[in-house]
Design a protein around this ligand. Sequence first.
Ligand SMILES: Cc1cc2nc3c(=O)[nH]c(=O)nc-3n(C[C@H](O)[C@H](O)[C@H](O)COP(=O)(O)OP(=O)(O)OC[C@H]3O[C@@H](n4cnc5c(N)ncnc54)[C@H](O)[C@@H]3O)c2cc1C
Length: 459
Amino acid sequence: MKLSNNLNVDVIIVGTGVSGMYAALNLPSNLKILMLSKETVEESDSFLAQGGICVLKDDKDYDNYYQDTMRAGHFENNPQAVDIMISSSKETIRDLINFGVDFEKEKDGSLAFTREGAHSTPRILFHEDITGKEISSKLYEQVKKLSNVTLLEHTTMLDIIEDSKRCYGIIYKDANGDIKTATAPFTIWACGGIGGLFEHSTNFRQLTGDALAIALKHGIDLEHPDYIQIHPTTLYSTKKGRRFLISESVRGEGAKLINSKGERFTDELQPRDVVTAAIRAEMTKEGTSHVWLDMRPLGEEEIKTHFPNIYEKCLEEGYDCTVKPIPVVPAQHYFMGGVKVDMNSETSLSCLYAAGETSCNGVHGANRLASNSLLESLIFAKRAARHLQDREDDKKDYEAACQDGRLEKAFDAIVDSEYYDFNQLMSDYSYSLNSEIRRQRKLTEIRNKSQADKDDLLN
Ligand SMILES: Cc1cc2nc3c(=O)[nH]c(=O)nc-3n(C[C@H](O)[C@H](O)[C@H](O)COP(=O)(O)OP(=O)(O)OC[C@H]3O[C@@H](n4cnc5c(N)ncnc54)[C@H](O)[C@@H]3O)c2cc1C
């Protein structure tokens, strides 16, 4: 059975986390927008973010914020992307506040800032320990008001429609299991991370890097798919499923990492990869499956008011963190690599954009600085939304392609049979992405080794 065009819109946004929603909110209301979410809207990692969102709190902090981001990223960051993120942070936070996002305030009514690992100063805005839920739910309220947006939940993008080096739309499976297509002059991938590929991850299980696997299939450039961040502190559990994150800001506020003898073994405020390595080394030395995080230095009141969600979750698992240390272990958490994009968030395939965790614009380098990802997702999603609006020639070309048979030709090239066995397709996608991650990891190891050898020769 040949697939045909089911839906024609102006912009397709795959993903309804902060990047997808903020892109939609930055598009004009006269554009017809289709949004898809693999599960419900609330089941995106954006709703899980705990610690907060960074902002340039005053211009004097620019150099330190820039250096903190670069140092955490091992100076492999793209300086231009870092500058864009920091310079656009204040207007983005203003936007969020205008959308009704409620950040913690000081007694005098000014914004309160917290601190996380590898930040030289407190510059993180937060809402209790559910900042992501606060931001995402307020954005969602705004998206629901948009009459130009059709949002489909339990709907999965299976592939893109491509011809003559440009993207014309997507193939998807709807909530009834039917295979459908949607075409548009512009498509934005806002598909989140890859945690679903890992046994232990803080991410939702359905986030399996589908956009990256589709990119590999179509020869769309990826960047550093092996740059994967492990979070040092997730609540240790032997149960299956998502691991519960113990936010970095808990350590920022004074919690201490200790071994089974109650001894501190590292500086808790170092970058994530350094703390993770220290925990792993301690676990190996002691032959344990976890270490401990002592939150008691924060005091009971701070724990219950600043971290109520963490407090409750620990209680559910049988640990009262106001009284005793809790068991913690590193787990996959964030993806610094992704579909390679330029500063307007466009991929190497024309008219296809990517934003948020799915994309790599180089902001994070080899390792993300805590609380930079919500900010980066929002800023670069907005840049995609702004950039595509000016592409009159590409809109005209799309309309011509609908008329002159080019779109028809793209449909003819689709082998529809591969989409009917969903499990096989998803397993093929995971296989190809995992293989690429392994291949890139090897290349990075070789590159680092030859650099170390060169350094040895110079010394
Ligand atoms: C536990 C946790 C705590 C965190 N804390 C912080 C923090 O304090 N500060 C910070 O800055 N960052 C934090 N992060 C990271 C941050 O939450 C994410 O990087 C960010 O929310 C990513 O947003 P996104 O829009 O790119 O993706 P997501 O919010 O993950 O959304 C992805 C969307 O894509 C959809 N999707 C995926 N594949 C498909 C497909 N094939 N078809 C259709 N839809 C698809 C999903 O259904 C979902 O709607 C945290 C992450 C986790 C997991």
